[in-house]
Design a protein around this ligand. Structure first.
Ligand code: BV8
Ligand code: ZN
Length: 244
């Protein structure tokens, strides 16, 4: 039986958590791992789809070349997500809304699990797999968990695309600017379940750090962001955040 070692939380972090008002949380695929959502770079290589590395199938270039293939990839991911539930990490972060007056949750995930756990005003830097956007008039359609994906724009009848930011594409207008402004004003920044490789999302902890915030990473592995963090808690988000 593996000894249950409760993750080490320093006295300094406890003090910071008790004193903090403005807190920024940046999450990545790792926060959904315990819900059963495959991460992108776990297991040493990135997820693949029909032989294509995920940053090829999830790219603006692929969308230009072959929109139906990109839809097939996102339809598949929504099918996987339909059966999954938020995990303890999502619920812990949702409970932080009552705990910190100025909490900002910024996620790179497109799975919608933070919202299903009760988090409000989630900044979805990379959009959502549960939305489709018109390629002409930009009208956004919700895709329900039990409904089919709309085939064409309700407004103008033209072609829809996933409302997701693909590699090489700009982020939703205002999203990163808002997140950067909040990062520059937070006293405490949590970086949870991200490999810290994708920009501009990975610049948020750097901005928080340079603005004097205490930065804490929660991840079973070290990442390129670990060295800038004041505290690195090695462990699974579900285990660590429940203790926090
Ligand atoms: C942009 C949506 C300006 C799609 C995603 C060359 C050409 C074009 C662009 C670039 C280029 N070179 C660099 C760039 C910029 C590029 C980039 O940063 N590339 C990197 C990879 C080098 N960025 C962009 O293109 C962005 N746009 O820059 O616009 C521009 C415009 C035009 C031209 C140039 C620039 C857009 C980036 C958004 C791309 N879309 N997702 C989809 O989901 O399919 S990114 C994708 O990666 C996901 O959103 C994902 O969230 C994100 C980051 O990955 P992570 O979330 O960190 O997940 P990962 O699997 O990597 O890591 C999981 C972590 O969890 C691990 O550390 C693991 O240890 C940990 N973990 C595992 N289990 C647990 C756990 N942690 C806690 N608990 C557990 N149980
Ligand atoms: Zn339209």
């Amino acid at each position: 039986m593996k000894p249950i070692t409760s993750p080490h939380i320093s006295a300094e972090l406890r003090r910071r958590v008790n004193a903090a008002k403005n807190v920024l949380v940046l999450t990545g695929a790792g926060v959904s791992a315990e819900s059963g959502v495959p991460t992108f770079r776990g297991g040493g290589n990135s997820a693949r789809w029909k032989g294509l590395p995920f940053d090829v199938i999830s790219s603006g270039a692929m969308l230009e070349r072959n929109l139906p293939a990109v839809w097939e990839w996102f339809d598949y991911r929504r099918d996987v997500l339909r059966a999954l539930e938020p995990n303890a990490a999502h619920h812990a972060i949702a409970s932080w809304q009552e705990r910190f007056a100025g909490l900002t949750l910024v996620t790179q995930n497109v799975d919608g699990l933070h919202q299903r756990a009760g988090s409000r005003n989630v900044v979805e830097l990379h959009g959502s797999a549960w939305r489709a956007r018109c390629t002409v008039c930009r009208f956004v359609h919700e895709i329900t968990r039990d409904g089919a994906r709309p085939e064409a724009c309700d407004d103008c009848g033209d072609t829809l695309r996933p409302d997701v930011v693909l590699f090489g594409e700009m982020l939703p207008p205002g999203a990163i600017e808002f997140a950067l402004e909040r990062a520059a004003r937070c006293e405490l920044c949590f970086v949870i379940g991200t490999s810290g490789l994708v920009y501009p999302a990975a610049s948020l902890p750097e901005v928080a750090k340079s603005a004097g915030a205490f930065v804490c990473e929660v991840n079973p592995e070290r990442t390129p962001l670990s060295n800038l963090c004041d505290e690195v808690i090695t462990g699974k988000a579900g285990d660590v955040l429940s203790v926090l």
